[in-house]
Ligand binder design. Structure first.
Ligand SMILES: [Ca+2]
Ligand SMILES: [Ca+2]
Ligand SMILES: [Ca+2]
Length: 163
């Protein structure tokens, strides 16, 4: 008797299949903003300086509607920085920085875009990068000091004479 009821249950509900089509109705949203960074002016080209760029997209996970690509869309003077990985949002120094003769503060525009088709949604945030001074300026000797130090240093010949 109970078996018969189960069969009726399956017959009634098995054919019903509902497909939900996700619509790309959320733009990526940056997390932990605003981004602020201090970078030593002697940081070598090619070094990763930030891995914290991150946005989330509330559309269906693991679909084009929520997959995010990052890019720099403004404020990147002299192409000083690049994203080495546009999926992970990894920021790398691309040109030598110079506190003393160069730009001391960058405000780069970073965009997060989903892959929605036909319409991709995006958000832009500003990252402030402040360049820190390092003691990299050679001391400037005056001509007089230079001459004095030369005259006080024995020449090779004089050293041999002493021995
Ligand atoms: Ca989306
Ligand atoms: Ca959606
Ligand atoms: Ca310096």
């Amino acid at each position: 008797m109970s078996l018969h009821i189960d069969e009726d249950f399956e017959d009634a509900f098995l054919p019903v299949t509902v497909y939900v089509q996700d619509v790309n109705d959320h733009a990526p949203e940056f997390q932990n903003v605003p981004y602020y960074l201090e970078v030593d002016e002697l940081t070598p080209v090619g070094l990763t300086i930030f891995r914290g760029i991150h946005a989330i997209d509330k559309d269906k996970p693991n679909t084009a509607n929520s997959d995010i690509t990052y890019s720099i869309v403004g404020g990147n003077e002299n192409n000083s920085f690049i994203l080495s990985d546009p999926i992970e949002g990894i920021l790398v120094v691309n040109k030598a920085l110079d506190y003393d003769h160069g730009i001391r503060e960058f405000k780069i525009q970073i965009q997060a875009s989903d892959h929605g088709d036909p319409i991709s949604l995006s958000q832009v945030t500003t990252m402030t990068i402040r360049i820190k001074d390092a003691d990299d300026q050679n001391p400037v000797f005056t001509q007089e000091v230079y001459k004095a130090s030369v005259s006080e240093t024995p020449t090779i010949t004089e050293k041999w004479d002493l021995m």
